[in-house]
Write a protein that binds this ligand. Structure first.
Ligand code: ADP
Ligand code: MG
Length: 243
């Protein structure tokens, strides 16, 4: 089904702002993301990344401004799980359930056939761990389980909040390849990180945020050059060298 606005940007934020009392967690950020791109949403801890993603997903209300996905507010999307997959925090598991059952419960609720559970288990490399209780999973395995859950609806847009946290080097490499493959298949990915190395080699473009403000945005090859790496730019802009 083609929804209105499906030809426009996948994500559009306009002057998106969120205050919590005196804290301006997200301070008037504006950007658009086009289909088939992998975008790194970069900034130090407390920069406002998670808050911005929560606003995008309708999990928090903006104080002002707004965010659209596929031309609509997230809550107005038909079949949102089939359009947007998101992993915000690794947490919500029934600890004594195994990985497969965890996904089956989610699939059932979203009317997604159980065969898709087996597909996503393989996609994230949890096939062999599918019958183990989630309680026994490492942090990295839980991250993969979160990604598997987000992929259940075969969404066009994938939003991952710090997915590399808890991954070992092999896991980080897996994540990079995985994100590139998704983009090659025409999916759009927005991935946040407070660490550059994890995502710098994967993304087409970056959004750099600190203190709620968007400090830089653009394609990697336009922001960086022989004299300036992404790391130089990030540290210059965020001053996180001294933190
Ligand atoms: N629910 C909340 N209530 C009050 N302050 C919040 C809340 N969520 C986030 N904040 C504050 O907003 C700022 C941005 O936080 P966050 O979006 O979690 O940053 P990041 O994900 O980049 O680490 C921080 O100062 C944080 O303490
Ligand atoms: Mg965060």
């Amino acid at each position: 089904m083609i929804e209105l606005g499906s030809q426009g940007p996948v994500i559009e934020c306009r002057s998106l702002t969120k205050r919590y009392g005196d804290v301006v967690a997200v301070d008037g950020i504006s950007f658009t993301l086009e289909r088939g791109t992998v975008t790194g949403f970069l900034g130090p801890n407390g920069a406002g990344k998670t808050t911005a993603l929560r606003l995008l997903l309708g999990l928090a209300e903006p104080t002002s401004g707004g965010a659209l996905v596929f031309g609509r507010r997230y809550r107005e999307l038909e079949q949102p799980l089939r359009r947007v997959g998101a992993v915000l925090e690794s947490g919500d598991y029934h600890p004594s359930r195994n990985g497969r059952d965890h996904l089956r419960v989610l699939a059932l609720a979203a009317e997604i056939p159980p065969a898709r559970v087996e597909e996503v288990l393989e996609l994230v490399g949890l096939g062999r761990a599918a019958t183990r209780r989630v309680r026994t999973y490492s942090l990295g395995m839980r991250q993969r389980l979160g990604v598997a859950a987000a992929l259940l609806g075969d969404p066009e847009l994938l939003i991952l909040d710090e997915p590399a946290n808890g991954l070992d080097p092999a896991g980080v490499r897996w994540l990079r390849t995985f994100l590139r493959d998704l983009a090659a298949a025409g999916r759009t990915v927005l991935v946040s990180s407070h660490l550059l190395a994890e995502v710098a080699q994967t993304v087409d473009q970056v959004l750099i945020i600190d203190h709620g403000r968007l400090l830089a945005q653009g394609p990697l090859n336009e922001l960086t050059n022989a004299d300036k790496t992404l790391e130089d730019i990030y540290l210059e802009l965020t001053g996180s060298e001294s933190r």
